[in-house]
Design a protein around this ligand. Structure first.
Ligand code: IMP
Ligand code: MG
Length: 179
């Protein structure tokens, strides 16, 4: 285990099992709809690449990046589009794939953006859901796990761009960000 990690919340095996379930659920729900799955960079990149391979139906992919926390552990509440999708969205069934829903600010904004572009539907699939921290009126339609209010890293999630490559999800030691 990485020495900056306090405790492992989800092991590689638990993650893989849950991702297979989510992919199967998406495949059932979107059969015949050829959804557009949108990876919200950077955090969702690891989850996304596992999820699309677990979703065994015709679909297309695109990528989008919204501004995040910067180097800190507290959201600024401000959301900015850094990179937009290139795929025409009108009439498409869009699935926004996120690593984690925290305040919900970013997803609330992104969901409205895709709805405004004429998507046939917009749903949210997040691997983690910190329900207790929600301030924006948005919920994940599909979620891997609900977690308590702790700062987690790994499986794509970072602190100051580090730890994204950990294959498990763990709680970061407070001493790492409270220096
Ligand atoms: P929201 O807009 O407050 O819901 O923030 C969502 C984004 O904040 C996620 O996509 C993550 O990039 C980041 N985030 C929220 N909680 C955590 C965490 O515990 N660890 C790492 N990143 C987090
Ligand atoms: Mg992020």
């Amino acid at each position: 285990m990485n020495r900056d990690v306090e405790k492992i919340l989800f092991t590689e095996e638990q993650i893989a099992r849950r991702v297979r379930e989510l992919g199967a659920a998406l495949a059932r729900e979107y059969a015949g709809k050829e959804p557009l799955m949108v990876c919200i960079l950077k955090g969702a990149c690891v989850f996304f690449s596992d999820l699309v391979r677990a979703t065994d139906i015709p679909l297309s992919l695109d990528f989008m990046q919204a501004s995040s926390y910067g180097a800190g552990a507290v959201s600024s509440g401000d959301v900015r589009i850094v990179k937009d999708v290139g795929t025409p969205v009108a009439g498409r069934h869009v699935i926004l794939v996120e690593d984690i829903v925290d305040s919900g600010n970013s997803l609330c904004r992104l969901r409205a953006l895709f709805a405004g572009r004429g998507a046939a539907s917009v749903k949210i699939c997040a691997f983690l859901d910190k329900k207790a921290r929600r301030t924006a009126p948005v919920e994940a339609d599909y979620a891997g796990y609900e977690i308590e209010d702790a700062f987690v890293v790994g499986y794509g999630l970072d602190y100051a761009e580090r730890y994204r490559n950990l294959p498990y999800i763990g709680i970061l030691k407070r001493s790492v960000y409270e220096k």
